[in-house]
Design a protein around this ligand. Structure first.
Ligand code: BES
Ligand code: ZN
Ligand code: MN
Length: 510
């Protein structure tokens, strides 16, 4: 999608299939609109069709077209939109444009947005607009004989209704660039997550990662099963053992400062299909378990965006990738395996596979010099019992670190809720015969799963984000489509971009 920005409407007529007008409740009553529009909008308002209420979108064919045959009226309520409201409104606008099969869209920016008197700064407004339009334009790829002809929006022209200073214009452009990068990263994660298990195996995920690394000239490493053996990644090997598609450990490094210091590890669970293994899942719902690599997709998409935006921050991405299958040679309940850290794990349930592969990845992240670790994983059904598909659950060993991520999540609009980490929960993971057991029963299951992973942080500041409820939706909601959401991509990027802007507040504490 190409974004163009210009100020002072009226100089040249805007070109495009569809135009979007952002209209407040007061304007819908006829206040302060250009004469040709005031009458029409007042009529719609009187008929109860469009009131300018926040988030409302109404498509209006225009019989005497000035430039576009169709206009999308987008309601901004009292005219005091924050980033979430503006992002959401633009996602709705993109969906309306999609239904109209528009290739180009003109969005008229109200004078109140971005200026010195505006509620939102130009950069925030530009970001929210671009982000919303890109997020709302996402469609899952279809694998059908008949290919759809319409390819979606390709150009968006943003036209400011008033004059603007050069500095404001630059802020708009920066915001648009950032919003587009964040939105496109989330869409990339959605695409990867939505790929079915037969079309995205662990080695396929590695190929996708190498492509992204090469595009940006980032150093990357893929360990195959032989190299995993040599390094001693017994957890990842055990989980991947039952599949003909062998496991991989995927690493990409992004160095944004002259020294490799204060590196943040972002670790994503990459189970390309989760049958449960010998502890087989029930059939109902298993078909969506191709999305069990949503964490991997999220961290990979973050690296793609870092490659575009080049912030001054150091990040190492790790993806343990495997397919969890039942087979004659699969790992079994009762097995005792040795992880990369040397810790032994008693297998209670082969369906609790995510924490095992993430354990090895955290140990490997330490070997790469990570100073703090964030892991993203579709880890437990239990988190969805607690938070539904509304919020991502967090587990941490460092409250201050989690607070920084919560700040980022308020900027992104992706909700996160902290889960309790009572010592009693940790005790449920003790095994009589090994250092840990991989399943601890139903009580506190989302917390215990997180705490299992945390053992492998070995005291480094660490935050675990359980996206099992939020990564994949059964119906469209907010800026998210049905299916994969790309959740946590924008939160991680907001966090990393803030860390790049104020390094002193984010470096490992002394
Ligand atoms: N990938 C699943 C968790 C999951 C469930 C993700 C539903 C998305 C939707 C995970 O590997 C799993 O199977 N967890 C088990 C753990 C249990 C056996 C201790 C669970 O939560 O039931
Ligand atoms: Zn799983
Ligand atoms: Mn599982």
């Amino acid at each position: 999608m190409i974004f163009e920005w210009s100020s002072e409407a009226g100089t040249a007529p805007p070109q495009g299939d569809v135009r979007c007008l952002i209209i407040s409740e007061a304007q819908a009553q006829g206040e302060g609109l250009a004469a040709d529009w005031a009458a029409r909008v007042r009529l719609l308002s009187a008929a109860g069709l469009f009131s300018g209420k926040q988030g409302q979108v109404y498509v209006l064919p225009v019989m005497d077209p000035p430039e576009q045959p169709v206009v999308i009226l987008a309601g901004c309520g009292k005219g005091q939109m924050g980033m979430p409201e503006l992002r959401q409104l633009m996602a709705q606008t993109a969906r309306a444009a999609y239904r109209l099969k528009a290739a180009t869209l003109v969005v008229q920016i109200p004078a109140a947005l971005g200026g010195p008197a505006g509620a939102l700064m130009a950069e925030q407004a530009g970001q929210a607009i671009a982000e919303g339009l890109v997020l709302g334009s996402y469609r899952r790829r279809q694998y059908k004989l008949e290919q759809a002809f319409y390819a979606g929006l390709d150009t968006v022209q943003l036209r400011m209704e008033r004059k603007s200073e050069a500095a404001e214009e630059e802020a708009w452009r920066q915001g648009i660039k950032r919003g587009q990068a964040l939105g496109e990263a989330a869409n990339l994660a959605r695409d990867l997550t939505n790929r079915p298990g037969n079309l995205l195996t662990p080695s396929g995920l590695a190929v996708a990662a190498i492509e992204i690394a090469e595009r940006h000239g980032l150093p990357a490493e893929v360990l195959d099963e032989r190299e995993l053996e040599l390094k001693g990644m017994g957890g990842l090997l055990a989980v991947g053992h039952g599949s003909v598609n062998p496991p991989r450990m995927i690493v990409i490094r992004y160095q944004g400062t002259s020294q490799w210091e204060n590196a943040v590890a972002i670790v994503g669970k990459g189970i390309t299909f989760d049958t449960g293994g010998i502890s087989l899942k029930r059939a109902a719902g298993m078909e969506s378990m191709f999305s069990d690599m949503a964490g991997a997709a999220a961290v990979l998409a973050v690296m793609d965006a870092l490659g575009h935006l080049r912030p001054k921050v150091n990040v190492v991405m790790l993806i343990p990738a495997a397919e969890n299958m039942p087979a004659a040679n699969a790992f079994k309940p009762g097995d005792i395996i040795t992880s990369l850290s040397g810790r032994t794990i008693e297998i209670i349930n082969t369906d609790a596979e995510g924490r095992i592969i993430l354990g090895d990845a955290l140990t490997y992240a330490r070997q790469w010099g990570a100073q703090r670790i964030i892991d993203v994983a579709t880890l437990t059904g239990a988190v969805a019992s607690i938070l539904g598909d509304v919020a991502t659950g967090a587990v941490t060993n460092d409250q201050a670190f989690l607070e920084e991520i919560l700040v980022a999540s308020r900027l992104s609009g992706e909700q996160i809720w902290p889960l309790p980490v009572y010592p009693e929960f940790r005790e449920l993971l003790t095994s009589e015969v090994a250092d840990l057991r991989n399943a601890a029963g139903r009580y506190g299951a989302a917390s215990t799963a997180g705490l299992f992973i945390g053992e492998f942080a070995e005291g480094l500041p660490w935050v675990h984000l359980d996206i099992a409820g939020t990564a994949f939706l059964s119906a469209e909601r907010g800026v998210n489509p049905k299916g994969a959401t790309g959740v946590m991509v924008r939160t991680l990027l907001e966090y990393l971009l803030r860390a790049a802007a104020e390094p002193d507040n984010f470096s490992a504490e002394t």
